[in-house]
Design a binder for this molecule. Structure first.
Ligand SMILES: C[S@@+](CC[C@H](N)C(=O)[O-])C[C@H]1O[C@@H](n2cnc3c(N)ncnc32)[C@H](O)[C@@H]1O
Length: 322
């Protein structure tokens, strides 16, 4: 089945679910006292269907608790912006962002990409799940003297009109949305035809991709959650973007994160990176497994440790929406 087919099936499911919800509203109304009818209609329709963006969909998200855990886990990420700041410049350049463009930074974190694009004169919106990071993003924009529209929200349900942006970017962000076909459809929906989609992602065979594979082995994600490093495989990216884009182009670059030793790197990241914070919490009751995880992770770090840095190569993708 192609990605476009699976998106169509999901949409059909949502429409059917919404129709079911409307039938349920009708049944509730048949039993409701008349003075409560208007309120019942409003509440039930608001909780089951959202037609604001011209789409009918269920508001109940099957990955709600997964996303709540992501939100809590990523709240400590701010100090790592020092590493992703360098990448932001590469991504903004790769996407050829220029003054006057309307740019969306999906899963913006502390806003390193958003601020970089705004400093080039773009009109920027940054969206993220995690309020603590948005707070830092506001501060970052204020310090840089740029104005950015910050929004708390979910990459799988973007609160923007079709074609609202000239450029849609994501740096190590949309990869954490559990359903790649949903987040891809959303990012392309809010992009205008002829606009640019570009992102930075982690290849599965390199440092960060392998780190995610180790964590998934110790604490498997809920069923249905796609592994983030799949977004670092050009074949999969090309399949996911599919016929929706043209001029697909890839590049690779390196992020180097300073660390005094592999142990320093492991300890710092265990305190700041959402998925690692989670694994340490979950394995706390099982010291043997926790030690095994730490040994494995540290051995991986050592493989990529050179001259007091950890080398984290990433993939850059750019394409034009047809
Ligand atoms: C590794 S951080 C990257 C942040 C930023 N883009 C950067 O490069 O510094 C991952 C970000 O993805 C965000 N995130 C995870 N799942 C998300 C979702 N479903 N919708 C929006 N943001 C999400 C997290 O809150 C976090 O800010």
């Amino acid at each position: 089945m192609s990605y476009l087919d699976s998106v169509a099936i999901r949409r059909a499911f949502r429409v059917n679910a919404a129709v079911g919800a409307i039938v349920a509203v009708a049944i509730r109304l048949a039993h409701a006292p008349s003075n409560r009818i208007t309120q019942a209609v409003r509440e039930s329709l608001a909780s089951h269907a959202d037609t604001e963006k011209g789409r009918t969909m269920m508001s109940k998200d099957p990955f709600e608790s997964f996303k709540a855990a992501q939100k809590a886990g990523w709240a400590h990420f701010a100090p790592l912006e020092a590493g992703t700041t360098f990448v932001a410049a590469q991504l903004v350049k790769h996407a050829r962002v220029h003054a006057g463009q309307r740019v969306l930074d999906v899963a913006c974190g502390t806003g390193v990409v958003a601020v970089t694009a705004a400093r080039r004169g773009a009109q920027v919106t940054g969206l993220d799940l995690t309020p603590a990071l948005l707070e830092r993003a506001r501060e970052n924009a204020q310090i840089a003297g740029v104005t950015i529209d910050w929004r708390e929200g979910d990459a799988e349900n973007l609160p923007f009109d079709n074609g609202a942006f000239d450029v849609v970017l994501s740096q190590f962000g949309h990869i954490f949305a559990p359903q790649p076909e949903v987040v891809t459809a959303e990012m392309l929906r809010v992009l205008k035809p002829g606009g640019t989609i570009a992102f930075a992602t982690w290849p599965p065979e390199l440092f960060t991709g392998r780190m995610f594979a180790i964590t998934a082995r110790y604490t498997p994600p809920p069923p249905g959650v796609a592994p983030p490093p799949q977004w670092g495989d050009p074949g999969i990216v090309s399949q996911r973007l599919g016929q929706g884009v043209k001029n697909l182009a890839f590049d690779r670059a390196t992020m180097r994160v300073p660390a005094l030793s592999p142990q320093h790197f492991r300890i710092t990241h265990e305190r700041l990176v959402g998925p690692l914070i989670k694994i340490i919490e979950l394995l706390a009751a099982d010291p043997e497994r926790l030690a095994a995880f730490r040994n494995e992770y540290e051995a991986l770090i050592a493989e990529f440790y050179e001259e007091n840095t950890v080398r984290q190569d990433y993939l850059l993708t750019r394409a034009i929406k047809v």
